[in-house]
Design a protein around this ligand. Structure first.
Ligand code: NAP
Length: 346
């Protein structure tokens, strides 16, 4: 039977990756007794990463799961409670009088919690090609982040899969390290913006292989090559390309499906819209003067969603930077805003 928790929490943080755990450390130190609902499996993308060399403070690098373990330990030190369950929905709780502050019900697959404020920090996952061999060699030459892993491919040969702006950015980043970068795209034209595509097409280290997909990643312990499949239906060719690394850049998917039936506004790709992005979008729109929008965003708080008291941070919001360090920064900023919000309503 579904359990209903009677205590109303000050803050529930949904997601146990860098953004959620950084917020928990701050909320704990602020005496808010945070509850983190981590999700199963917990820890986010860093749990699938091997060496992290660019997280400040770890001069010798640190393994992704170890970094998460340290964040968690630090949050626990300040009385953060953790629950490993998947959140399946969030809704405003009944508001009996207008004087009581708004609270939210957060439902997991096992129980329902209630909180005065919520931080959504559920992260995102790279979209993968869906090959068994790709999954087997993840972290052993298969990556979805050139900024994170490009350094390991100095003077090596690598391939980037995809034809959007992310693929262009990954390929250009990799030219700093690798001696040769292939871009493999399934069509004969890039989807990317012209300026990015032109940079790739003009780069002496980059060679584009058009109308081609990858049917297998080859290698036992680490990537040794890929099997290419031409999509040309008249004379489909299959060949093996020898290389040391493959970067899959075919998009990201934010972990926000559980919000589809909620009032939280998502953009067309499923990322949570916060007031800072809404302000930017509005300022850029033809009618925009940056002062107000049709939606109920509270522009006092950069990380506020359109639901009062519900905030969002990290990769479920940010489709641009997607770094552990930027997610941590967003989580901290959101928590400081939540402290301000709680002070205002009590
Ligand atoms: P995207 O624009 O959706 O592009 C994904 C690319 O991957 C497409 O070229 C697509 O091919 C290809 N693809 C999808 N599924 C595939 C599969 N199973 N096998 C092989 N190829 C596959 O995604 P994105 O590049 O991550 O960009 C997302 C958004 O962020 C875009 O709006 C982009 O402009 C923006 N962004 C901007 C910047 C920047 O301005 N610096 C940097 C990164 C991202 P098709 O073309 O055939 O569909």
């Amino acid at each position: 039977m579904e359990k209903h928790q009677s205590t109303i929490q000050n803050i529930i943080i949904v997601g146990g990756g860098p953004a959620g755990l950084a917020a928990a450390i701050y909320a704990g130190r602020a005496g808010l007794d945070p509850l983190v609902i981590e999700g199963v499996p917990s820890g986010g993308q860093l749990m699938l990463t091997t060496e992290v060399e660019n997280y400040p403070g770890f001069a010798k690098g640190i393994q992704g799961p170890e970094l998460i373990a340290q964040f968690r330990e630090q949050a626990k030190r300040f009385d953060t409670k953790f629950i490993q369950e998947n959140v399946i929905g969030i809704e405003p709780a009944e508001n009996k009088t207008n004087k009581t502050p708004r609270t939210y019900r957060i439902k997991t697959d096992k129980q329902t919690f209630q909180a005065h404020s919520v931080l959504l920090a559920t992260g995102a996952d790279a979209i993968w090609m869906g090959l068994d061999s790709e999954q087997r060699l993840r972290g052993r030459g298969v990556s979805a982040c050139a900024t994170c892993d490009g350094f390991f491919f100095r003077d090596k040969t690598v391939a980037v899969i995809g034809g959007g702006d992310s693929a262009m950015e990954e390929a250009l980043t990799l030219t700093t390290f690798a001696k040769k970068v292939y871009v493999i795209h399934r069509r004969s034209a890039f989807r990317a913006s012209k300026i990015m595509a032109d940079r790739v097409l003009k780069h002496e280290k980059i060679e584009v292989i058009w109308n081609t997909t990858v049917s297998e990643v080859i290698g036992d312990e680490k990537v040794e090559g890929i099997r290419l499949q031409s999509v040309d239906s008249v004379s489909p060719k299959r060949e093996v390309l020898k290389l040391d690394g493959i970067f899959v850049a075919i998009g990201h998917k934010p972990a926000t499906d559980f919000l589809r039936d909620s009032a939280v506004v998502l953009d067309k790709k499923g990322y949570i819209v916060t007031s800072s992005q809404e302000a930017l979008r509005y300022a850029r729109s033809s009618k925009g003067n940056g002062s107000s929008t049709d939606l109920n965003f509270n522009f006092e708080y950069a990380s506020a969603t359109c639901l009062t008291g519900v905030f969002a941070a990290g990769d479920c919001v940010d489709h641009t930077y997607r770094q552990a360090a930027t997610a941590v920064g967003m989580g901290v900023a959101a928590e400081l805003e939540i402290e301000r919000y709680l002070n205002e309503i009590f």
